[in-house]
Ligand binder design. Structure first.
Ligand code: CAO
Length: 469
């Protein structure tokens, strides 16, 4: 069902405002009370909360628009299972005297979700699980559900009060956002700006005061702020603030979640690809005829799929919640594409069933689509391993970040000609530097080294790989 979220009454005697910032994007799933736009009036800057939760289907306003009370801000699609339904279920269970069930993954849950969603969901779950409190909570719902109506009306009154108070707080949307990010209750902050306006410095000061109050034992348990405080750079020179693009925001979220939750190790090795280079030259025309370009990336995609077949733990995900390893019996490989809009990772499916020429053609098509921002979400989902080739640009090596919920990623640096001692003499050979970053929770160092060595040997002696060596 579609729900329209409209501009609420902003403050006494004010009917119109300018949209200063749109805080959500189409496709986002938002909660009731989540801030969706920031508006500015002659009197104040206010962040407007959503009157309902659901998936954002359409955003009807943009920055700079003038809006008036009652205008539609966005259209939501109601989520299938609302929080209320879940609460009812839990309440029914509590009535029957059952402890709330551990939520079993549904069919939908089991489907591979985009890494972005999974990374966020997992990070939240991990935090919840880490506290011993969560176990205690499992025994509590019965008592809590005994007075739901009273609680609901109290909560509503609290929210209304908060909303009213928030709209009175003299602070810009940027300062409000900083307060949220730093977990500072902006209502309690005393403004030092003109007319009592709250500045960034006031928020940072309030955060510092909060932290000073904590005992050493309490400090580690605090929620880490999304970012460390920033200075006012304009004190040292001219600065410009630009909004982060959607892709940049997703990359920032994903890489940070991966970095924080996956204990990374990176293994380095080198492959002599002189033979592969000969093969590439010989077959380049054939690939061109098929509409592709026979690059080292295409060959690596094929070799990586063969390596994943040999080492199933690398074609996996780790599920700590259920204490299981999920082995994937499919071989879908993503490859990083550098685009003007940012990093995108399209996925080639069933690589084990495709020829190198087919893979080369698909890489050319998907890379082109990525650069034109024409990839569909489906074309970026379901990968179980990623190859990131920076060799066309340069570099001797690098440490890629694992693409959560995968287990490993292969980094490819620039091929160079090096003297290699063979048959009692030095020969100029084409050497490809490779790096493998992997999740140490599932992969031990020896296995990481074996996996990467296997890839190097398959590049140096493809027949061995074909024969299952
Ligand atoms: N060493 C030396 N040269 C290399 C190379 C390597 N490892 N990899 C590619 N090249 C060369 C190619 O042979 C080609 O040379 P010619 O133009 O002379 O034929 C040139 O670099 C450009 O390659 P390409 O881009 O046409 O094709 P590709 O299949 O090698 O790469 C793609 C495709 C999509 C991987 C690449 O264009 C790209 O976007 N790379 C960046 C990936 C990235 O951003 N990774 C970082 C992610 S963050 O971890």
């Amino acid at each position: 069902m579609a729900i329209e979220v409209k501009v609420p009454k902003i403050s006494e005697g004010v009917d119109t405002a300018h949209v200063a910032e749109v805080l959500v994007s189409e496709g986002d799933t938002i909660q009731e009370e989540q801030f969706i736009i920031a508006v500015e009036t002659d009197k104040a800057s206010v962040e407007v909360p959503s009157s309902a939760g659901g998936k954002v289907k359409e955003i009807k306003v943009k920055e700079g628009d003038e809006v008036k009370v009652g205008d539609v801000i966005l259209v939501l699609e109601e989520e299938e299972s609302t929080a209320e339904e879940k609460a009812e279920e839990e309440s029914a269970e509590a009535k029957e005297g059952k402890a709330p069930k551990e939520k079993k993954p549904s069919k939908e849950d089991k489907k591979e979700k985009p890494a972005e969603v999974e990374a966020e969901t997992k990070a939240v779950k991990d935090k919840e699980e880490e506290t011993a409190e969560s176990e205690k909570k499992a025994a509590e719902p019965k008592e809590k559900k005994a007075k739901p109506e009273k609680e609901q009306s109290e909560k509503k009154a609290e929210t209304e009060e908060e909303e009213k108070n928030l709209s009175d707080v003299p602070a810009s949307p940027g300062v409000r956002r900083l307060a949220r990010e730093m977990d500072v209750d902006i209502i309690t902050v005393k403004g030092s700006g003109p007319g009592g306006r709250i500045t960034e410095e006031d928020v940072k000061g309030a955060r510092e005061k909060e932290e000073e109050k904590l005992t050493e034992a309490e400090k580690p348990a605090q929620k880490a702020p999304k970012q460390l405080p920033l200075s006012d750079f304009s004190q040292w020179g001219v600065v410009e603030r630009l909004p982060l693009s959607r892709i940049r925001k997703a990359t920032a979220r994903n890489t940070a979640a991966s970095w924080q939750t996956i204990p990374h190790v990176t293994q380095f090795d080198e492959a002599d690809i002189s033979g592969i280079e000969e093969y590439r030259q010989k077959n380049s025309k054939k690939a061109e005829k098929a509409g592709g370009k026979l690059t080292v990336t295409a060959i690596l995609v094929k070799v990586a799929a063969a390596a994943l077949q040999q080492f199933p733990n690398f074609n996996a995900s780790i599920d700590l919640e259920h204490e299981e390893v999920i082995l994937k019996k499919y071989f879908h490989i993503g490859f990083a594409v550098d685009t003007e809009a940012g990093l995108l990772v399209p996925v080639i499916r069933d690589v084990n069933r495709k020829t190198i020429i087919e893979i080369a053609t698909e890489i050319s098509e998907l890379a082109e689509k990525a650069r034109n921002q024409e990839l569909t979400p489906d074309e970026m989902q379901g990968g179980s391993f990623v190859i990131s080739n920076l060799g066309g640009i340069g570099g001797t090596n690098f440490t890629p970040i694992v693409y959560h919920p995968q287990i490993a990623i292969l980094g490819v640096a620039r091929t160079s000609i090096k003297p290699v001692y063979r048959d009692e003499k030095f020969e100029p050979r084409q050497i490809l530097p490779l790096s493998l970053s992997y999740d140490h929770r599932l992969i031990d160092g020896a296995d990481g080294a074996r996996f990467l060595r296997w890839i190097c040997q398959a590049l140096e002696d493809p027949y061995k790989a074909l024969l299952g060596g």
